[in-house]
Structures are given as structure tokens and as C-alpha cells.
Ligand binder design. Structure first.
Ligand code: F6P
Length: 548
């Protein structure tokens, strides 16, 4: 995009606005009736995934005009720049190279002229050796017992990715190991996650890119106290704590030995770090081979994103469809609905990936944007959501584009497999109902008393994507996460925002530090906030435990 023309001044944007006036009046019923090959026309495949985007309020012109916009906004150059290691995270002066973490080719990737691939491979080998030692019972705790419990202490990108992935790939995990996650600074989280554990068999992974995050440091200090209260020997820390971080000095200051540290690099964003050493709990759970299969899946989607024409490019198409609804139809939220209990944590993971990346209102020239950017992303697994919020999706007053994610193969357990046709029937039925609805005449013909007809009518015309893979494997899982990462990238480029910083989380952190001092200081210090904040601080100073 040229400096002089902002996004909404581009001719390609204006063309889409004009086109929207026509498409806003079209119903999916008519679009499907007109074209018997519509499903085929609007389906694309990559890395084990099939995207059917035919149930969107688009025609061939929409795709053409959206692709034109992507070109006008410089998406091809931006993709090349990311894979080349250019400094795309300008406000933090860093390249954005999560693709290097799963680069399975022999191609070097350069940061400041230096190939980062040897370091990436070295850390993967270190993780591999450690994961094997834990899985084989060779890594002993301080008292000589094998480790059975792994507790990851981290938050945000240092928690959500591995926590979501351990749940997603649970079927592949060693059932003898308990892998748990502590993130919240609410002490109840640590308490509940550890109350039934034996410290002699427990290993803590302290995961923090910066190793300064308040919640993580507090939970890590509590973990240390919990361990030492039972094992009563400082030397135990070396056998029960490892760190994943970019900050060696901070790790050593905490008391973790450098040989027990797994490194990553400042060119890996927290929310894009699952394939780095941040994935260590996952590698311990599923083993190095499965972990590598996951990296293969990520890499396959990376190559697809970098090499495929936009008209067949899954992340680009999904990104552009998001732009279509957010910027032209005024949609403000986007639902992600996995029809897989294993993917229960996917929406929470994607909330950070998407909302921390594209929840921005300043463009890349420091000016306020004059267009909507990242949506509120939310979701729950199907079929649970159907009995909760789907009412609003079907008959509410807001337009909510939704991704339906499903798998063809049933669960390997024969009893669980019996559920699969029912799960799939619901998966398919919902997108059909959302698209086509039910007319008043169809309701009347049921027959239905006239007074109830308006209530039982479904307008339809509610857009969905269907993402389908054969089975949830490490490989298809990796490809799915990469798909969403690159969708987010596509949208950030078009919105002309920096997707890889997160300044919006700073203010609250700073204020919390000040308020903590004011809550704890004796006597009460002068409070210089607004009257509401001052009153809350006064009310909560010196509160004591109330439970018996
Ligand atoms: O507060 C936001 C954030 O900076 C995220 O971007 C990051 O994933 C998380 O905190 C945790 O940071 P760290 O890994 O440095 O502890």
C-alpha cells in the first residue's frame, strides 16, 4: 500500500464497497440455487485440511476483489519479508520468525546475516534428550524417585499453547505422566494443581520469555517454597526445576542452572511460540517423534501459505473472508467452533493469538486507523455450544461469522467411536441451518399455528467456514494452528497494523505494581487515583482469610 493512500482510500477498497451493496441483498439460498457447482468452486485444500467456504456471502467477484485488495496492500511482499527474517515487529525492532522453528527444509533462515537454524536444531535436540529421560524414568528427582508430574508455570503465550496442545493431542500422550499448567496469579490455581502431588515426583517447568512476568515469577517462587517445605534441601531445586526462556541472566538469578535452561529467541513472539522450547511439556507428553510430526504439519501449512496463489491459499482466504465481514458487513465477533472435545482450549488459545495480535487501533505510520481491526474471537466445542449460545447465532440480531472444525475419522476407542456419526450429523446440520434457515412458508407447512410462525422462522444467510481433516493427528493439528497464525498475519497486513507487539497490556501491569504497594504499605499511603479506585483500595487493604 502506498504511503499516500490509506486502506480505505484504495480503489480496491472502494470496489469492494460497491460490490458489498449488491451482495448484502443476496441470500445464500439464491447463490446455491444459481450454481450447482458452488461447493466445489469455493473449496480449497492444503496440508491435510479441506476448507469449504461456499456457505459465505460471496460470489466469484467477491473473491477476485478481495484478492485484489490483498495485492494492493502488499501481502505478497509482506509474506516474503516474514520468511526472509525482515524486522516486521518494528516497534520492538525484531524479526518475526516462528516459521524458522518448524523449518523442516535445509534452507537457512538468516537473522542479521546469521543462520538461526543450527541453534533451532540444537534446542530441539536438547528438548528431545530431556523429554526421553523423563519418559523413560531416567531423570530422577532429589530423593531418587522418577518424575511422574510435570507442572508448567507460565502465562499467556507461555501457557496457552502447550496447555491447548496437550489437551488436543491427549490421545497420543503417555498416560503415566500427569501434565498440568499453572498460570493464574490467584494462589488457588497453584494450590489446586499441586494439592494431590508428591513433590519428590514433581518437576516444574518455569516458562517465560522475559522471566520477569509477575504471575509466573510469583507462582515459581511459590513452587520453590512448596518443594523445599517437603524436601528440605536447596540442592533439590536443580532436579525439580527447569526453565524455558530467552533471559539467561534472570533464569540464573532465580536459581535454575544454565544446563537446565531451554532457550528460545526474541524473534519468537510469545503467542507464536508453541514450536519453540515453550512446547516442552507437549514434547514430554507425546514424545519427540510425535512432536516432530506436529512441526511437519506446521511446516506444510507454512509452505502452502508462502507458495500458493491467493485464490487457493487457505490462510489468505480465511483472512480475506474475515475482512469482508468485519469491514464491509460490520461484524464485530468471530466464532471458532471445533467439533472435537480435544480442541476445547482452541478458542482460548486463538483469543490470545488473534486479539493480542490484531486488537490495535494505530496504523504502521502512527496514525489512528479509520477502519475496524481485529474482532472479538470466541467459541466452545460443538455440540456443547449448540445448547448454550447457538440460539443467538441462528436468530439473534448480530452477524457472527463462524468456523466449524471437524474430523472425518471416529475416535479409536470403539465405544467412543459409536458417538461419531451423531457428532458429525450435528457438525453438518448446523452450517446448513445457519446458511439456509427456514422460511415462514416452510414453518406454516409443518403445520404451525400462525401466532408461532415468526418465532419458528429462521432467516438463514449466516456465514460459516467448514474446516475438515481426516483425523486429529499431530500433523493436522500443527497445520491447523499455522493456518490461523497466517490468517492473523494476512489480516494485520491488510489493516496496516503491527501484529507482533502488544503495548496494550502494559498500562494495567504498571498500575497493578503501584496498587500492590498501596494495598500492602503500612500505614496507608496517600492515594492519588480517582474516587472509585481509591475506595476499592481502601476496602481491600488488610483483608484477611475468611474461610474456616
Ligand atoms: O502480558 C502479555 C504477555 O507479554 C504475552 O504477550 C506473553 O505471551 C505473556 O505476557 C507472557 O510473557 P512471558 O513469556 O515473558 O512470561
Amino acid at each position: 500500500m502506498s504511503d499516500s493512500l490509506r486502506l480505505i482510500e484504495q480503489p480496491e477498497w472502494n470496489a469492494l464497497q460497491t460490490h458489498h451493496r449488491t451482495m448484502a441483498l443476496c441470500h445464500l439460498r439464491a447463490l446455491f440455487a444459481k450454481d450447482p457447482h458452488r461447493a466445489e468452486r469455493f473449496t480449497a485444500e492444503a496440508a491435510g485440511w479441506r476448507l469449504d467456504y461456499s456457505k459465505n456471502r460471496i460470489n466469484a467477484d467477491t473473491v477476485r476483489l478481495l484478492v485484489n485488495l490483498a495485492h494492493a496492500c502488499g501481502l505478497p511482499n509482506a509474506i516474503a519479508a516474514m520468511f526472509r527474517g525482515d524486522v516486521l515487529n518494528v516497534t520492538e525492532n525484531r524479526p518475526v520468525l516462528h516459521v524458522a522453528l518448524r523449518n523442516r527444509s535445509n534452507t537457512p533462515i538468516l537473522v542479521n546475516g546469521r543462520d538461526v537454524m543450527p541453534e533451532v536444531r540444537t534446542v530441539l535436540q536438547q528438548m528431545n534428550a530431556f523429554a526421553q529421560a523423563i519418559r523413560r524414568g531416567e531423570w530422577k528427582g532429589h530423593t531418587g524417585q522418577a518424575i511422574r508430574n510435570i507442572l508448567n508455570i507460565g502465562i499467556g503465550g507461555s501457557d496457552l499453547g502447550p496447555a491447548m496442545a496437550c489437551e488436543a493431542l491427549r490421545l497420543y500422550a503417555d498416560p503415566h505422566l500427569r501434565i498440568r499448567f499453572v498460570s493464574n496469579v490467584d494462589g488457588a490455581h497453584f494450590y489446586e494443581q499441586t494439592r494431590d502431588l508428591d513433590p519428590a515426583e514433581t518437576l516444574f517447568i518455569v516458562a517465560s520469555k522475559t522471566f520477569t512476568t509477575q504471575e509466573t515469577m510469583m507462582n515459581a517462587a511459590t513452587a520453590r517454597a512448596w518443594l523445599l517445605a517437603r524436601l528440605r534441601d536447596e540442592a533439590a531445586v536443580a532436579r525439580h526445576f527447569v526453565a524455558v526462556s530467552t533471559a539467561e541472566r534472570e533464569v540464573i538469578r532465580f536459581g535454575i542452572r544454565p544446563e537446565n535452561m531451554f532457550r528460545f529467541w526474541d524473534w519468537v513472539g510469545g503467542r507464536y511460540s508453541l514450536c519453540s522450547a515453550i512446547g516442552l511439556p507437549l514434547m514430554i507428553a507425546i514424545g519427540p517423534d510425535r512432536f516432530e510430526e506436529m512441526l511437519d504439519g506446521f511446516h506444510a501449512m507454512d509452505r502452502h501459505f508462502a507458495e500458493t496463489p491467493f485464490e487457493q491459499n487457505l490462510p489468505v482466504l480465511m483472512g480475506l473472508l474475515g475482512i469482508w465481514y468485519i469491514n464491509f458487513f460490520g461484524a464485530q465477533t468471530h466464532a471458532v467452533l471445533p467439533y472435537s472435545q480435544y480442541l476445547a482450549r482452541l478458542p482460548a488459545y486463538l483469543q490470545q493469538a488473534d486479539m493480542e495480535s490484531n486488537g490495535k487501533s494505530t496504523d504502521r505510520h502512527g496514525r489512528p486507523v479509520a477502519w475496524s481491526t481485529g474482532p472479538v474471537l470466541w467459541g466452545e466445542p460443538g455440540t456443547n455450544g449448540q445448547h448454550a449460545f447457538f440460539q443467538l447465532l441462528h436468530q439473534g440480531t448480530v452477524l457472527i461469522p463462524a468456523d466449524f472444525i471437524g474430523f472425518a475419522a471416529p475416535h479409536p476407542d470403539p465405544l467412543a467411536a459409536r458417538h461419531h456419526p451423531t457428532l458429525l450429523a450435528n457438525f453438518i446440520a448446523q452450517t446448513e441451518a445457519l446458511a439456509f434457515g427456514k422460511t415462514a412458508d416452510e414453518v406454516r407447512a409443518e403445520p404451525t399455528p400462525e401466532a408461532l410462525v415468526p418465532y419458528k422462522t429462521f432467516e438463514g444467510n449466516r456465514p460459516t467456514n467448514t474446516l475438515l481433516a481426516d483425523a486429529l493427528t499431530p500433523r493436522t493439528f500443527g497445520a491447523l494452528i499455522a493456518l490461523y497464525e497466517h490468517k492473523i498475519f494476512t489480516q494485520g497486513v491488510i489493516w496496516d497494523i503491527y501484529s507482533f507487539d502488544q503495548w496494550g497490556v502494559q498500562l494495567g501491569k504498571v498500575l497493578a505494581g503501584r496498587i500492590l504497594r498501596e494495598l500492602e504499605a503500612e500505614p496507608e499511603p496517600p492515594l492519588r487515583h480517582d474516587s472509585s479506585t481509591n475506595a476499592l483500595i481502601r476496602r481491600l487493604r488488610g483483608v484477611r482469610p475468611q474461610h474456616s
